[in-house]
Design a binder for this molecule. Sequence first.
Ligand SMILES: [Zn+2]
Length: 479
Amino acid sequence: MALRVYNTLTRTKEEFKPREGNKVSIYVCGVTPYNYCHVGNARPYVVWDVIRRYLEYKGYKVFHVQNFTDVDDKIIARAAEEGVTPGEIAEKYIAEYFDDMDALGVKRAHIYPRVTEHISDIIEMVQGLIEKGYAYEVDGDVYFAVERFDEYGKLSGRSLDEMRAGARVEVDEKKANPMDFALWKRAKPGEIAWESPWGKGRPGWHIECSVMSHKYLGDTFDFHGGGVDLVFPHHENEIAQSEAYTGQPFVRYWLHNGFVNFSGEKMAKSVGNVITIREARQEYAGLALRLFLLSTHYRSPIDFDLEKLAAAQKGWERIQNAWEGLEQALDKGEELSQEGELPERARVLQDRAEEAVAKFVAAMDDDFNTALAVGVLFDLIREINSFLREPVTTAGERAALARAREAFQDMGEVLGLLPAAEKAADDGLVEELLQLIIDVRQEARKRKDFALADSIRDRLSELGIILEDTPQGVRYRRK
Ligand SMILES: [Zn+2]
């Protein structure tokens, strides 16, 4: 089945066709690093991480670019408050951003361009827009003339008159039209600034994304993403700048994620109703937070609430335990009987695994419906757990279990919710050591040294490892 995506530009679900062969180019608007990331900020990055993983699962070669707005009013204000340079503020919060994204299982983009490293490219595009008659300079500021770009408003679906009526536009005598926006801003005394043909100054906000996407992805690319709050004016302005500059279509598919609301309002630093990823991580696993964010379709708003987050934590533990149970059951293979036909229950599990993958793909093909896809994963987990309630004694049962594991792995990898990924670094050593401890404990029990056996169980429990007697023998799970 073909992948269909909801394109903000056409307001319809369209079949996705890459611009070039099996290559997919993605640009996602990144953060302004002046503070810790909150749950609302993190949503687009988790969403785009899953989109990218799914495209890769479908065999596309993805190139993902995401910027850092490392100079802006908020960074400058914060730097002044703390008595450090804007560069130091940006550096600190970029490191924090990566720390949070690692915890949320977000893969790194292929490139993270920063504004301060692209000033000459920005000046070049602004200059080009002036030469083409789309921009004008007034007293050290450069503005984009929205009336010169006929299609201004095509993304947000509003005419210039409607925008003017809806926006609280400050009267600025320098602007020819109140909706004109700054491409370059003249330096205020003492502020960080760069030399330009219009005197010392710094870029306006919108121009950076046009410049950096153009530099790394070319005139036209496949996907552009960000929160729905960026549709207007940011993305509208990006289109105007880029298409005016290149004369080519800018982006083929615009995808926008919904807000995270908290206490009835959009989670935002300006509103003051934020929970940072850092705070959430003190109580919940990063991947539980990821599961929470993916349990709603990316275009729908999420109402943040701690009970739902606690439920996601339980869900994440269920995923981990099912995966470990599966791994442990599959580890015992040698003593299985080869005879007989495929047992009925094995055939059922195998069918359920096939069905799960088909349903998962159908959900993801329908505009990346992770809410449904997560449900499919939990259905499969239920099947696996119920299968493991009886001992696995035949090669046929083991084969069915292996098929279920494969389905689990494919879905878990796309959603970024595979416990194995978290533990990849230890090369399986932890599992082997745990098995060794379990074996020693079994030996102690055989010798009737129950004091030692109990002490091992208690100490494992302190470490968050629970031992359970199952038909497959003793197995462990994490608390
Ligand atoms: Zn942007």
